[in-house]
Structure formats: structure tokens, C-alpha cells
Design a protein around this ligand. Sequence first.
Ligand code: GAR
Length: 217
Amino acid sequence: MKKLVILISGRGSNMEAIVRACASEGWPAQVAAVIANRPDAAGLAFAASRGIATAVVDHRQFPDRDSFDAALAEQIDIFGPDLVTLAGFMRVLTARFVDHYAGRMLNVHPSLLPSFPGLKTHQQALDAGVRLHGASVHFVTSQLDHGPIVAQSAVPVVAGDTAATLAARVLATEHIIYPRAVRWFVEGRLALEDSRVTLTPPEPQWLFAGHTAGEGA
Ligand code: GAR
């Protein structure tokens, strides 16, 4: 049984998708804990309601990134995770922290990486005029929003889109590709070679999601 620790900062809808898929699909894994860097992270209530251990390591209580990351790693390691998943965890992590979880930490980012790292990715996509946007699940490296890509989803950008409509369209696909990628990890099907990810046995590591009727033009 693999152990997962999920880190959140807010709503936690990706965490919820992982928790639900883990239970309903009978993964050889258990969500051991959900940890937030904000005491008001809404997702903590869902985790607690499912009987999952929760913890808060409030970044505002620490003078710098090094001390926060050290305390966070200490809290995470109490649960002995095989995999740490960042699910809307909005903190830049130090190289030391990232190295500690090398090869066992995944993130979901709301863009087709390597396009649009950082914040406000949906507005970045609108400003750039791209016709396809999406999300990426990747192994975390010390370079922000970079790292070997496990899965990607693509959605169209349609007339009248705003950052909010685009975010909703992308988020719906995150809820599909992120649990799928975590499942591949816990099933031991992912291998890292030269910064590229191989899935064995292979299956599509992408998702194309058209927009639904009534949504945009
Ligand atoms: C998601 O869209 C996720 O991709 C994004 O924050 C949102 C969190 O939603 N993450 C990042 O931007 C990280 N760079 P959630 O809390 O409902 O899962």
C-alpha cells in the first residue's frame, strides 16, 4: 500500500478528485494526510470529513523559505509518503525541499508547459492568443513549473472566453489527468529517463477536451 501526502493552499478540488478516485478505483494506495500552508484552506474540511489526517504549516509563522520548507518536510515525513502531490499548493519551494522529494513529488499546473509558468496562466493564454490551452502534471524539479511531464490535457480557447471560463474548462480536465497520473505512479508504472517520463504499459498521456454545448461560441 503506497502512502500519499497531498499539499493544498485553498479549495482543494484536485485533492478531492485524487481522494475520490483512490477510494472508488481501489488504488493500491492510501491518502495518509492532507497538509495546508494556510489554516483557512477550504479543502481541509473535505479531507477531515473523509477521515484523512490533516495538518497546517502556516508559512506566515516562519521568517524565511528555508525554515518554512524544513518544518513542512518534517510534517510531511511523519506520514512516510511514497509520493507527495502538490494540488494547488501556491508556494515556491526551495531546492533543498525539492531534492528531498526528487522523483516522488508531482504537481498540476494550469497550462500546457513549458508555456505559461507562474501565475495567472489563463490570462497569459488569452493575452498570447493561443487557440489551445490546458494543464500539465509533472514531476517537480527546482525550476518553477518545470519538470518531466507525466500527462497533459488540451482544451480550446473560444470566442468570449475570460480567464474564469478558461480556468473552469481547464480545471475539469485537471480532475481527470491528475488522478490518472497519481494512479500510474502508485501502480509503479512511471519511469524517469533523461527528464522524460515513460509509462509502462503505455496508454495515452494526453486528453483532448472539446468545449461543451452552450459554453462560448
Ligand atoms: C488548479 O487550477 C491548479 O492547477 C492551480 O491552482 C488551482 C488549484 O485548484 N495550481 C497552480 O497554479 C500551481 N502553479 P484546487 O485547489 O481546487 O485544486
